[in-house]
Write a protein that binds this ligand. Structure first.
Ligand code: PGA
Length: 249
């Protein structure tokens, strides 16, 4: 992370969004509202990528996808390749989200294949990591994060990468980690990344909203936020961007 680090406000829409309402969302965004030190990105569902690509670019918002397949083409019914994502204008792809780990059963081996395929195609992965509540309560948070980050051990340090620390117990629950927990865990994640030869942004995710965003983004080691629920309405997403704009570290 040489030079100044831009604070990324990434909106993960998950399985939400139909065409008309999503175009209206983009229309409601201010024109290029983010200052130089803030970067905006949205990850709508696959079905909206083409339609939102140009309108979002006009507003200065980068496009991302929520997952990808690890092959580049061929007989893989129902799958989307990294090249297809690039073709829609995607810059980012979310990988390792806890909903894919826990509901779909994605594990480290599959995530590493997806990481490599993404890099081969010029996408920047946002690699999500995070512990469950029982793991935190058992004092195993760092052990779990270390294990999830170990997919990066064989990866050259110059790959475009963002990591998102998202405690699973804070996702969609309205519970956020305390600023002490966030600062402490981000310090561990940055140190572990460094040990593995990586130096990249680490976002925080899990019930980030306009009311708590400023305090979270002001924590040491927090380089942005990955936001689900609070990114679904334009005014709420803009409020997150404003919170990031007000923090200048
Ligand atoms: P949330 O989701 O902001 O709705 O908690 C965050 C995420 O899953 O990335």
């Amino acid at each position: 992370m040489s030079g100044s680090v831009r604070c990324l406000i990434a909106g993960n829409w998950k399985m939400n969004g139909l065409l008309a309402e999503s175009l209206e969302f983009v229309r409601q965004l201010a024109d290029n509202p983010a200052p130089e030190h803030v970067e905006m990105a949205l990850m709508p569902p696959y079905t909206l990528l083409y339609s939102l690509s140009a309108p979002l670019a006009d507003k200065g918002v980068r496009l991302g996808a929520q997952s990808v397949f690890y092959e580049h083409g061929g007989a893989f019914t129902g799958s989307i390749s990294p090249e297809m994502l690039r073709d829609t204008g995607c810059h980012y792809v979310i990988l390792g989200h806890s909903e894919r780990r826990d509901i779909i059963g994605e594990g480290s081996e599959l995530i590493l294949k997806k990481l490599n395929a993404s890099w081969e195609s010029g996408l920047e992965p946002i690699l999500c990591i995070g512990e469950h509540l029982d793991e935190r309560e058992a004092g195993r948070t760092n052990e779990v994060l270390k294990d999830q980050l170990s997919v990066l051990a064989s990866v050259p340090g110059d790959r475009a990468l963002t990591v998102a620390y998202e405690p699973v117990w804070a996702i969609g629950t309205g519970k956020t980690a305390t600023t002490e927990q966030i600062t402490e865990t981000h310090a561990f994640v940055h140190a572990e990344l460094k040990r593995l030869g990586h130096d990249c942004r680490v976002l925080y995710g899990g019930s980030v909203n306009p009311a708590n965003a400023r305090d979270i983004l002001a924590c040491d080691g927090v380089n942005g936020a990955l936001v689900g629920g609070a990114s679904l309405k334009a005014d709420s997403y803009m409020a997150l961007v404003e919170a990031a704009a007000s923090v200048n570290k």
